[in-house]
Ligand binder design. Structure first.
Ligand code: PRP
Length: 184
């Protein structure tokens, strides 16, 4: 256990903790309860790769209602730290969502361009319902108006990493959310 803490601390140089593991666990549990309250007959979770894989794993395990899971991959950022605004479908779903109660699971909504595209794509596939949960919402950066039914944390601008979120593929493994701090 200590070994993992040490490794995470070493890799996290250049970051400062924004949301602790305990805060994440409490919030994820509350989101899971809210989603199950709205979906007593079960819900089909669609995780947006790659960033949502950690959040979805914890969220699903905190849910008391029945869940099924699928994944989709869309990329708007590439290797850079600002949105290009171009959304590409990298991996499609494996099963149909027609007639199903669907919840999109996103790690972060920034400009909203990725999620807006995904909601349009999935709505066209005739789910019984389509809701969205995101762990982190950067509301000040939004470029499109879009519905987000469940929000974990609203934050101001700043590059957030950890708990699935990356900067150039680094930091996804951190068990907390951190903010990148500029090199001195
Ligand atoms: C991130 C995040 C969202 C998107 C949000 O994905 O997971 O899907 O950016 O940005 P937007 O609101 O400005 O569109 P990214 O493209 O970085 O891929 P990743 O999940 O594989 O890290």
């Amino acid at each position: 256990m200590d070994r993992y803490v040490t490794l995470a601390s070493l890799t996290a140089q250049g970051t400062e903790v924004l949301i602790t593991e305990a805060q994440l666990a409490d919030r994820v549990r509350a989101l899971a309860e809210a989603i199950c309250r709205d979906h007593p007959h079960g819900v089909h979770l669609i995780g947006v790769l790659k960033g949502a894989f950690v959040f979805l794993a914890d969220l699903a395990r905190a849910m008391a209602c029945e869940t099924t899971t699928d994944f989709i991959a869309l990329s708007s950022y590439g290797p850079h730290t600002s949105s290009s605004g171009e959304v590409q479908l990298l991996k499609d779903l494996e099963s149909s969502i027609e007639g199903r109660a669907v919840v999109i699971v996103e790690d972060i909504v920034d400009t909203g361009l990725t999620l807006a595209s995904l909601q349009t794509i999935l709505r066209a596939r005739s789910p019984a319902s389509l809701r969205t949960v995101c762990l982190v919402s950067k509301t000040s950066r939004r470029q499109v108006d879009l519905p987000i039914d469940y929000v974990g944390f609203s934050i101001d601008d700043g590059f957030v990493v950890g708990y699935g979120l990356d900067a150039g593929e680094r930091y996804r493994h951190l068990p907390y959310l951190a903010r990148l701090v500029p090199e001195p």
